[in-house]
Design a protein around this ligand. Structure first.
Ligand code: AMP
Length: 196
């Protein structure tokens, strides 16, 4: 099973491109943010708990994220590939992910980083306020999300760089252009994989 992490700051296009990859390659898209928003919408106890973090632009604690992530991933064990969107977001999440996958003879294959300048991130996040209802897409919470990203999430970049899995894409272009570059990376990787 092929596993791809789509990585980047808030507003860099992780959700959009994960969906496009899922459609084109028949992979399953797993977004921890979507899992939490679903719980918030259904007004469950978990939804209420995580909303306290999400609406402040800070990370949901690792223990909760890991539990929900591994619960969800079990549903997809027969898929040809998986796309992780918004996970892992801390070094601890990345380490636990590696350990659990290793036990199953699997591992993260590729980490695709969408590189977008900060001004553009803000423009995109505030733009999508009209399209999707997200309680954390407003300037104050966005700034906090960005700070959280720099402090807690960006160290994950080096973790994957050291493993030689990290690929940076210029995410400043329009969706079609960025997606074409992502497909180039994916196809190149798949070409090199041993045929089953
Ligand atoms: P996203 O939809 O990926 O932008 O996530 C929205 C919010 O959900 C984040 O700002 C975090 O508060 C929370 N969240 C999503 N994924 C994670 C994660 N892997 N670790 C911690 N918090 C997360």
């Amino acid at each position: 099973m092929h596993t791809v992490v789509i990585f980047g700051p808030p507003g860099s296009g992780k959700g959009t491109h994960s969906k496009l990859i899922a459609e084109k390659y028949g992979y399953k898209h797993l977004s921890t943010g979507d899992i939490f928003r679903r719980e918030m919408q259904n007004q469950t106890a978990l939804g209420e708990l995580v909303s306290k973090y999400i609406n402040r632009g800070i990370l949901v604690p690792d223990a909760i994220v890991l539990r929900e992530f591994f619960k969800e991933v079990l549903n997809y064990k027969n898929s040809p590939g998986l796309i992780f969107d918004g996970f892992p977001r801390t070094l601890q999440q990345a380490e636990v992910l590696d350990r659990v996958m290793e036990k199953k003879g699997l591992g993260v294959d590729l980490v695709i980083f969408l590189d977008v300048e900060e001004k553009e991130l803000l423009r995109r996040v505030l733009g999508r306020r009209n399209e999707v209802s997200r309680t954390d897409d407003n300037p104050a919470v966005f700034r906090k999300r960005l700070q959280t990203y720099h402090k807690q999430t960006s160290p994950v970049i080096n973790f994957y760089k050291k493993q030689g899995k990290f690929i940076k894409i210029d995410g400043m272009h329009d969706i079609q252009h960025v997606f074409a570059m992502i497909c180039g990376v994916m196809d190149n990787y798949l070409d090199k994989m041993p045929k089953q």
